[in-house]
Every structure is written in structure tokens, then in C-alpha cells.
Write a protein that binds this ligand. Structure first.
Ligand SMILES: NC(=O)c1ccc[n+]([C@@H]2O[C@H](COP(=O)([O-])OP(=O)(O)OC[C@H]3O[C@@H](n4cnc5c(N)ncnc54)[C@H](OP(=O)(O)O)[C@@H]3O)[C@@H](O)[C@H]2O)c1
Length: 357
């Protein structure tokens, strides 16, 4: 049984059972109902499971060609799957004329696949020779709306970013690993002696490079040349691509922190023009997809605990650099499962379906 309405394009949600898929299904019930049928797809492990979407119990199908029977031009498939699954199946589905919106890193650097954040480059989604549109990773998605708005005013010249990434950015496995580790260290005096947290959580650190409970881990992705991680290089490449600044100097340090949901970033942005922090705040206050929370005297600044479960990127701690009139420092938090994933994918899908309306 699928979730069906009498009219409207069909939407396939591939990866419906995952961390992003779960949030996306909740979101579909709360947004304008533009879809006719919604078909849920995951691995063969999940075939036959029933999940609620638009208040209807809906069956999950295994990912096969038959799962897309009836899909064609004007329909959309969201891929919320590991990159190898997207790489294998997105072209198969796109060959039917169904537009694929992919949330993995399989196509983010493919010049024939636009990389889209609707607040910044919605127009790019129209040019998709492979029938596939990619969405950026959680870190890029969190900061790009605020950066794009400031870039339009001052001209971005250089960027330095440090991340504080949530466990759920690594999917269900990330969340489960952090919860398990927290249960092992809770109520103990662990964390005071070298090696005691490692001994308590054991060898299995899940998708993380070291224990995450009571710890921070300055690593995300695979090792690349000169000590950079693949994730750091990806954030650099995606930021350059979305802002169309091919030579933008970007330095990124990715750090995993023991937060369940909500990525945070410190951003140092240098601009071609002199920056005024008061005016920068005004720009951020009206930027689409951004909420300014910046009153430290009243104890008001963004935290991941506040951003989790919300759609926008929260920005605060906006300060003019003490040493460089061209630079601005600020802090960003965004729900990695929403703006970093499910929301951005949904917004792109709605943009595309608007073309066929
Ligand atoms: N988590 C985030 O904050 C975030 C943000 C941005 C982008 N992303 C990207 O979005 C994608 C999904 O992330 P996630 O965090 O939701 O991952 P996840 O929790 O691990 O879920 C993965 C989903 O993919 C399905 N899947 C796995 N192998 C499959 C296969 N061989 N055939 C069909 N379906 C398969 C899983 O189905 P089963 O349940 O049946 O195994 C599940 O529905 C990844 O590419 C990730 O990098 C994640």
C-alpha cells in the first residue's frame, strides 16, 4: 500500500527508514501537500515495514527497478541513501525521466549535476543534463545562506571554518553509537584519567574515529593528501561551487562533538569590502533561511539544543574582527537532519515539481 492522493506528481523517498528519511516523512505531513502518490523505498532489510506518512500507514518497498513502476516524467525521487547506493540507482531512475534529488556525496562534484541550496541558487536546479540534482552536506548547508547574504553585500574573499558536528550527521549508526557510549559513561568519574573513556566504551567506536562520549574528535571523513580529511575538502569544494567562487581560499577543520542533533560552526569570513557588524546583523536578520539570535548580554546566542527540530540556520555572536576591518566572526547552528538534509531536499523537490505545474 502506498500513500496516494488523486492528483499531483509522484514522490519516491528512497532511504525512507534512515535518520534523514524519518525526519523527511514527518516533514511531508506538515508541508503543503503537493504530491500525489508517495512511495517509500529502502533496502531489502526493510521491505514490508509500515511507516506513517501523511497520517497513513504506508508500506516500504525494497529498492529494485520494479519499485519505480509507474514513475516517469514530472515525478521526483529523493535519494537519502549511502553514496554507493545513490551512485548505482540514481541514474537508473533518472533514465525514466523522473528527476532525482540526491542527498549523498555521490554527485556533488559532478559538473553535470547541479548542487543546489534553494535560498542561494534555485535557478541552478533547472540545468540538470543527467536528470539528477545534488544537495550539499550538512556543514555547507548550515552556513551557506548566511554566507551568501553577506557575500552579496561585501564580496566574500576568504573563509575559515571550524565545525562542531552532531552524532546524527553520521546517520542512525552515529546516534546509536553516541547513545550507547553515553549510557556507559553516565554517572561515573570517567574522563579524568588518560584512556579511561576508551576502556569504558570499548573498541567499537561506530562511525567515529575515537570515543565520542565525554570527548571531541577532530576527524570526519577519510584521509586525503597532506592531512586533510575528505569532509574538509568537500566543504571547501561545495562552498566554492554554490557561491560560484572557484578560487575562494577556504580552510575547514571538522570536529565531531557529543551532541545528538544540530551542527554548529565558527565562521571567520574575510570580505573584499570593509564590514560593518551592525549592518551585517541587519543583513543576516532578513536573509532567507536564517534567524539571527545575537544578544549575549541577555544570554542569547544559538545552540544546537535550540536549533534541533527547527528549519532555519541560527546565527549569532556576530563580531567585527579586532584586527582586520574586512573580517567578520560569527557562530551558526542548524539541525543537520533538516536544513542539512531533509528540508533542503524537500525544497529542491518542490522547486522541480513547480516547473511541471
Ligand atoms: N544524517 C545527516 O545529518 C545527513 C545530512 C546530509 C546528508 N546525509 C546523507 O544522506 C544519506 C542518508 O543519511 P542518513 O543519515 O539518513 O543514513 P542512515 O540513517 O544510515 O539511513 C540510510 C538509509 O538508506 C537505506 N539503505 C542503505 N543501504 C541500502 C541499499 N543497499 N538499498 C536501498 N536502501 C539502502 C537504509 O535502509 P535500511 O533501513 O533498509 O537499511 C536507510 O533508509 C547519506 O548519503 C548521508 O551521507 C545525511
Amino acid at each position: 500500500m502506498t500513500s496516494a492522493r488523486s492528483s499531483g506528481p509522484a514522490l519516491a523517498v528512497v532511504g525512507a527508514t534512515g535518520a534523514v528519511g524519518t525526519v523527511l516523512l514527518q516533514m511531508l505531513s506538515l508541508r503543503a501537500d503537493v504530491w500525489g502518490e508517495i512511495r517509500l523505498i529502502a533496502s531489502a532489510r526493510s521491505a514490508g515495514r509500515m511507516l506513517a506518512v501523511r497520517a497513513e500507514e504506508t508500506e516500504v518497498f525494497a529498492l529494485t527497478e520494479d519499485a519505480f513502476d509507474g514513475f516517469g516524467v514530472g515525478d521526483v525521487a529523493l535519494f537519502l541513501t549511502p553514496a554507493d547506493v545513490s551512485a548505482r540507482w540514481a541514474p537508473v531512475v533518472a533514465a525514466r525521466g523522473t528527476v532525482v534529488v540526491d542527498q549523498s556525496d555521490a554527485f556533488r562534484e559532478d559538473p553535470e549535476v547541479p548542487l543546489v541550496v534553494p535560498e542561494i541558487n534555485a535557478h541552478a536546479a533547472r540545468m540538470r543534463p543527467r536528470g539528477i540534482v545534488a544537495a550539499p552536506d550538512t556543514v555547507t548547508a548550515a552556513m551557506i545562506a548566511s554566507l551568501g547574504a553577506l557575500h552579496a553585500e561585501y564580496g566574500l574573499a576568504e573563509l575559515a571554518v571550524s565545525t562542531y558536528q552532531a552524532a546524527s550527521a553520521a546517520g542512525r549508526a552515529g546516534t546509536e553509537t553516541l547513545r550507547r557510549q553515553l549510557s556507559l559513561v553516565a554517572g561515573t568519574s570517567l574522563g579524568e584519567q588518560p584512556g579511561d573513556v576508551r576502556a569504558a566504551v570499548g573498541e567499537d567506536t561506530g562511525p567515529f574515529a575515537a570515543p565520542l562520549a565525554l570527548n571531541v574528535v577532530p576527524w570526519s571523513g577519510e584521509l586525503r593528501e597532506d592531512g586533510w580529511s575528505s569532509h574538509e575538502l568537500a566543504v571547501r569544494a561545495q562552498t566554492r561551487r554554490i557561491l560560484q567562487l572557484d578560487r575562494l581560499p577556504v580552510a575547514v577543520t571538522c570536529v565531531q562533538v557529543p551532541v545528538l542533533t544540530g551542527n554548529s560552526l565558527t565562521v571567520r569570513a574575510r570580505f573584499e569590502n570593509v564590514v560593518d557588524a551592525v549592518h551585517a546583523r541587519e543583513i543576516l536578520d532578513t536573509a532567507p533561511g536564517v534567524v539571527l539570535v545575537d544578544d549575549p548580554a541577555a544570554g542569547e546566542f544559538p545552540t544546537p539544543a535550540d536549533a534541533a527540530g527547527t528549519d532555519p540556520a541560527w546565527v549569532g555572536r556576530v563580531r567585527a574582527s579586532l584586527d582586520d576591518p574586512h573580517s567578520l566572526e560569527f557562530f551558526v547552528c542548524a539541525d543537520n537532519l533538516r536544513k542539512g538534509a531533509a528540508l533542503n531536499a524537500t525544497q529542491i523537490a518542490e522547486l522541480i515539481t513547480g516547473e511541471f505545474a
